[in-house]
Design a protein around this ligand. Structure first.
Ligand code: BF8
Length: 635
């Protein structure tokens, strides 16, 4: 039965443990929740006021209007754009946190952080129109931080967000400006969505969805600044060889799992843990301290430091069921509250660290940037103490881990290409797209969901698209899936890539000194790092003088789940990228909204949602889209 829940081999080992120990997991709770509310699934349950909840009867003779008169179209549109606002808020709050930290470093107020990539800081300054030549890094950093924070403060509606302007093609900016969906201020746009969806406000589904698109573009802006400024503070990813899946836990080490999204604390834990190896050994951990990652904090430390990835979203509970995790340190987002209960069944310290993200029943270490290193030390100490309480009889680490070569941000990809053509690094990529050696590019992103067999569609689609010579990029839990299932190594390229794609990946990999091809799927980082993929796409589009909606580029989120994924998917279509969803979005109770995002969007934006739960069929549809784009380009 486990085979139907997850493709992850670790699940087959650990779900029986959960059953034996009578510990419920996400899959048990999913089962107990059946049948799920059909009104909610269609998006036609309205809870924006206390006259409700109102439910529209989609088929029978029941109510067609909410008590206030709202139609199904209005209810669906309001619900879905509130999700986009929440996604934008989550990513942008993360970004604001990083921007404030950069400002703190620039002003000499944060001793525990440094500017680790000065060259990148200067490149960013160039992109944002900030003078940098001859100036001290801290002066430049201050201006970059302030220009970034202006994207949260600007009150001039006619002045789009700084990062968006610096990140898209001119043609795309013009198109979005024409539709009046360019955000001027992230906070204002999020607030605006909450205001217009309040009871008795915007009741025009098209107007509402366009408001949502603006919110989604604010999400893009927040992600782009989070990614870029994190690189300045923590280093820009470079290819690194590491491993993924629960076999990266070690029986003879203090295992610390870093979970959540924001690198501000986890990066310091990486640094401090090195200095505390002896303490761990004195506590009996022969192998010292073993840091592993979970979800997107995991991806952040994976692509920057090669810290192995233990789990993506649906596997976070499995990590605890090994009985080998001494501390799970969480920051924000995608943290199942259930880990408190499961951790308490073992010796595991669940440590929350952000004051606005606590879980009842766990320990809280209040992280502040001013005391970051000290907080990290406290956390590692808690883990070492917990290790002493670990019961070796209950340890079961599945023997599964896959070698993964990760860390392919835009810079790393361009550097690798520069080895083939130092003068014009994009030329080899472009030439190979034009001659068909690379048929197209697919970006896999997004979550795990219990509405699908974990990781399965990612793997099926990637193998099929690669065999058809599509270059594959990945972020977030999608990237985690590929890493765990061995699709981010050279063997995968040799086994699954079509001949021409294999040739290109081999030429680049060998030039880069990898002694073989690049991995089959290029890991670009966490969810906020989807902006890295856009950077590559924009560079390509600018090189050939077209807009993003002309490129043979598609995106896919086969297991989209979170509000953040709703925001990402929406900006993806707003940027002109056809975007596949493997899970039915909760909008189908409105024909108008469904038509808007799957059909009308194609005319308005070039990008649109394509919904297909079957992974084989989804891959075929994406190939057809890629071929259609190639034909339109005349290649
Ligand atoms: O930001 S892919 S389940 S962990 S939301 Fe969450 Fe989805 Fe994973 Fe990262 Ni993104």
């Amino acid at each position: 039965m486990n085979q139907n829940l997850s493709l992850d081999p670790s699940a087959s080992v650990l779900l029986p443990v959960a059953k034996k120990e009578k510990i419920d997991t996400v899959w048990d709770r999913h089962k107990a929740m059946q049948p799920q509310c059909g009104f909610g699934q269609l998006g036609i349950c309205c809870r924006v006021c206390w006259k409700g909840p109102c439910r529209i009867d989609p088929f029978g003779d029941g109510p067609k209007l909410g008590i206030c008169g709202a139609t199904a179209d209005v209810i669906v549109a309001r619900n879905v754009i509130r999700m986009m606002a929440a996604g934008a808020a989550a990513h942008s709050e993360h970004g604001r946190h990083v921007a404030l930290a950069l400002l703190g470093v620039a002003e000499g107020k944060l001793e525990d952080y440094q500017i680790r990539d000065e060259a990148k800081l200067r490149r960013i300054a160039g992109r944002l129109g900030i003078p940098e030549a001859g100036r001290e890094p801290r002066e430049v950093a201050r201006d970059v931080a302030l220009a970034t924070l202006f994207d949260f403060q600007n009150q001039d509606h006619h002045e789009p967000c700084t990062w968006l302007k610096a990140s898209l093609t001119e043609k795309r900016l013009d198109k979005l400006a024409g539709l009046e969906v360019l955000p001027h201020n992230i906070d204002a746009v999020v607030t605006g969505i909450m205001a217009r969806t309040n009871v008795g406000c915007d009741a025009d589904p098209v107007n509402l969805i366009l408001g949502g698109v603006k919110g989604a573009l604010a999400d893009f802006n927040g992600m782009a600044l989070a990614t870029e400024l994190s690189d300045v503070l923590f280093g820009t990813p470079r290819p690194v060889i590491t491993a993924a899946n629960l076999g990266v836990l070690k029986e003879d080490a203090v295992n610390i799992a870093l979970h959540g999204h924001n690198p501000l604390l986890s990066d310091l834990v990486c640094e401090i843990a090195h200095t505390m190896e002896d303490e761990a050994r004195r506590a009996g951990a022969v192998a010292g301290i073993n840091l592993v990652g979970v979800c997107c904090t995991g991806n952040e430390v994976l692509v920057r430091h090669g810290i192995p990835l233990a789990a993506n979203y649906l596997s976070q509970e499995l990590a605890l069921l090994t009985g080998a995790v001494d501390a799970m340190v969480v920051d924000v987002q995608c943290i199942m509250p259930s880990i408190a209960e499961i951790g308490s069944c073992f010796h595991t310290e669940i440590v929350t660290t952000m004051d606005d993200c606590k879980i009842a029943g766990t320990r809280h270490v209040s992280f502040k940037e001013e005391t970051g290193a000290e907080n990290a030390r406290q956390i590692v100490t808690l883990a070492i103490e917990a290790f002493k309480r670990r019961n070796p009889q209950r340890v079961l680490i599945p023997d599964f881990k896959e070698t993964s070569i990760v860390g392919f941000g835009a810079e790393a990809i361009l550097e690798a290409l520069a080895l083939l053509d130092a003068e014009d690094p994009l030329k080899p990529l472009l030439d190979n797209i034009v001659n068909g050696n690379i048929r197209g590019i697919a970006l896999f992103a997004g979550c795990n969901s219990t509405n699908a067999k974990q990781d399965s569609s990612f793997v099926t689609m990637a193998k099929k698209l690669a065999s058809e010579n599509v270059l594959l990029l990945a972020t977030g839990c999608g990237a985690g899936a590929f890493a765990k299932h061995g699709l981010m190594n050279q063997e995968a390229t040799l086994s699954y890539a079509g001949d021409t794609l294999k040739g290109v990946l081999t030429a680049i990999g060998e030039a880069a000194g990898l002694g073989g091809p690049l991995p089959l799927v290029l890991h670009m980082g966490s969810c906020v790092d989807n902006s890295r993929a856009v950077q590559v796409a924009v560079a390509l589009a600018n090189k050939i003088g077209v807009d993003l909606d002309a490129l043979p580029l598609v995106a896919s989120a086969p297991e989209a789940m979170s509000e953040k994924a709703v925001a990402i998917g929406t900006w993806s279509i707003a940027l002109g990228i056809p975007t596949h969803l493997g899970i039915m979005p909760q909008v189908t109770g409105s024909r108008a909204v469904t038509g808007l995002i799957t059909e009308t969007a194609k005319d308005l934006l070039g990008g649109y949602f394509l919904v297909e739960p079957n992974p084989e069929a989804a891959a075929d549809k994406l190939l057809a889209v890629i071929d259609e784009r190639r034909r339109a380009l005349g290649i």
